[in-house]
Ligand binder design. Structure first.
Ligand code: FEO
Length: 614
């Protein structure tokens, strides 16, 4: 029986999950299963994005037939020919004789290599300059070679603002009834599987992954639909920032991954003593027995941690088998930018340390600490100091921790950073004056009394809403939620109401005072009448009595910190070497060596304290 999931009003997930697969690609264990995602767009034309692995073809065919509801299938966009996504292509071609195959030049070559079916008369070749119009939707294609095969392309639907991202942004793990990443605790339950998927499937091709991230950063995206794992409709930054880091081979965490092989427990003993010493320095450690833990998990861990230790016996005059496989695997996946230490064991003719070193020296930017620490069969008491010295040497390469608890000086100095420790929210402050509506983003609003029920807000004088509020004496506060898209922040925060109608296209929701509010991104709305104000120089603090207040949704309120961690995109990578200061709030760059203390960001109106030197 079919099992569909609605993605949007005209996009349906028709994929399937596989929890019986022992080894993905014959190499990677998938104990939590894997999903093969396929999406059907229902427009004037029907468009299917990729198919599935043959293991789940029956469910997929049922899903597709149900989603089509008797309509014909017009197009199959093949973004990736690897058989986990394209093994049903020929069967579909027979079942839906009017179906055209859409792909690039390499797509057809690969489809022909895997199949005996003449697609030549049914193939629609596309390039990055082509668009496929299907009615309401318009599809553009972006080539993404080596993410993860040479023929890979991704598709952007400008009407729905949907990125069909092929293998990119995918994850191991079956969907378990959910479809969207925000339906689960992704960070806690799935990020490790997303990293393991990235490191092992795409990890070798960091440059290509970076390139697709740069292309994607230019697009207005509301949904990311990958071929494995969850669909992203919120908190894109959670996965995009990880991809950006992984593609640059930057560690996510400071700490030491210790991978050891041990035949009779003696090398393990040395590794344990080292880990214990490292903990003494307050350093995080994670240990893996390479004979027990699947290599894909250790490769993933190596992408996560800043420091790697390899401890191996010498075996047949070489590296112990499973350790040699691991080190080869890491080199094949292009591991780089890590600090490394090596422990070798050899009852006679120890060689594993030198051989491991030789392999890792070929990787880029590896800082290998000293010579391998040598164990002869087992750790002896006199070697405990050698292991302690190695731990100290490793610890010496960690960034120095900030000095302990600061003691306030006598001078009354002010660390502006401490202001960022205060908790703030994000709100759309809206007002109406002279028949015009306007709104801006503020981060400072608080209840100050309960009887009467009063609030205070702080508003920059540079905002047009400030002047309107002074004139009308009334306002609304829309309390923004964690699901607020960055586009909404930009709309109300990064442009002036003097130049743009910020509420254009936002409906016409108004409270009893006739002022507009933002129902889509807020969880509650507060209307208030100004009772007083205080001039604070750059800002005015208004005091106001609440006249109406109601809830819109149960979504959590966004905090300023959450905005930075999950909503605000990272600044685009700089390709030139301009000197200047970047606004941490909106990304505006002021070029030049100096930033006056009273400088105000012309985009978001934040002060010099919110700028960082480039
Ligand atoms: Fe999920 Fe590269 O295939």
């Amino acid at each position: 029986m079919h099992c569909l999931k609605k993605v949007t009003d005209d996009l349906i997930w028709v994929g399937a999950n596989d929890r019986r697969l022992a080894m993905f690609e014959g190499v990677y264990s998938v104990p939590r299963g894997v999903s093969y995602n396929s999406y059907l767009l229902i427009d004037e034309k029907t468009v299917l994005f990729d198919t599935v692995d043959k293991a789940v073809r029956q469910r997929f065919l049922e899903n597709l037939a149900e989603a089509l509801g008797g309509r014909r299938l017009d197009y199959l966009v093949v973004q990736h020919v690897e058989p986990d996504h394209a093994s049903v292509v020929c069967e579909l071609a027979e079942k839906y004789p009017e179906m055209k195959l859409v792909g690039n030049a390499k797509t057809l070559a690969f489809v022909n290599q895997f199949n005996d079916f003449d697609f030549s008369s049914r193939f629609l070749a596309v390039t990055e300059t082509d668009a496929l119009e299907t009615g309401r939707h318009k599809l553009n294609f972006v080539m993404a070679p080596m993410v993860h095969w040479p023929e890979v392309m991704v598709t952007y639907d400008s009407a729905g603002k949907i990125l069909f991202s092929a293998d990119a942004f995918g994850s191991f793990g079956a969907l378990n009834g959910a479809l969207f990443s925000d339906e689960v605790d992704f960070e806690r339950d799935y990020m490790d599987e997303a990293r393991r998927y990235y490191a092992n499937i795409v990890g070798k091709y960091g440059e290509q992954a970076k390139s697709i991230l740069e292309k994607a950063s230019a697009l207005d995206i509301k949904l990311i639909c990958p071929l494995h794992g969850f669909v992203w409709r919120k908190n894109f930054k959670d996965i995009i920032s990880k991809y950006a880091r992984w593609s640059r081979y930057e560690p996510e965490r400071q700490g030491v991954m210790i991978a050891y092989a041990s035949i009779y427990g003696n090398t393990e003993n040395a590794a344990e003593i080292l880990a214990s010493n490292l903990r003494g320095f307050g350093i995080n450690t994670e240990m893996y027995d390479v004979s027990v833990t699947p290599a894909s998990e250790i490769v993933s861990a190596a992408f996560k941690w800043s420091h790697l230790v390899f401890a191996s016996p010498t075996y047949n005059a070489g590296i112990f088998i499973s350790m040699e496989e691991l080190v080869n695997d890491l080199a094949a996946h292009n591991i780089q930018n890590r600090t490394v230490a090596i422990i070798e064991n050899g009852s006679w003719a120890a060689a594993s340390g030198t051989l491991i070193r030789a392999k890792l020296e070929k990787c880029k930017n590896m800082n290998i600490i000293g010579d391998a620490l040598n164990i002869k069969s087992g750790v002896k008491a006199k070697q405990l100091s050698d292991i302690a010295a190695l731990a100290e040497a490793i610890a010496g390469t960690f960034p120095k921790p900030k000095a302990g608890r600061a003691v306030p000086g006598a001078g009354g100095e002010i660390d502006a950073e401490t202001m960022h420790r205060l908790s703030y929210g994000l709100f759309v402050l809206s007002a109406r004056a002279d028949g015009l509506d306007n709104g801006c983003i503020i981060n400072t609003a608080a209840q100050i009394t309960s009887s009467p029920l009063c609030v205070s807000i702080s508003v920059s004088k540079a905002n047009h809403t400030h002047d309107m509020l002074q004139k009308s004496g009334e306002f609304n506060l829309s309390v923004l939620t964690e699901g607020t898209p960055f586009e909404a922040i930009k709309r109300f925060g990064f442009q002036s109401g003097r130049d743009a109608d910020k509420f254009a296209g936002c409906g016409d929701a108004r409270t009893a005072n006739g002022i507009r509010y933002l129902p889509d991104c807020s969880n509650s709305v507060i209307s208030a009448k100004v009772t007083g104000s205080y001039d604070c120089g750059t800002h005015t603090v208004f005091f106001a009595e609440v006249t109406q207040a109601f809830a819109v949704s149960d979504e959590p309120s966004v905090t300023y910190r959450y905005y930075f961690d999950h909503i605000k995109p990272d600044p685009a990578p700089k390709t030139d070497k301009k000197s200047g200061y970047v606004c941490k709030i909106c990304g505006y760059v002021r070029e030049g060596e100096e930033l006056p203390d009273d400088f105000i960001c012309p985009i978001c109106k934040h002060g010099a304290g919110d700028f960082a030197k480039l």
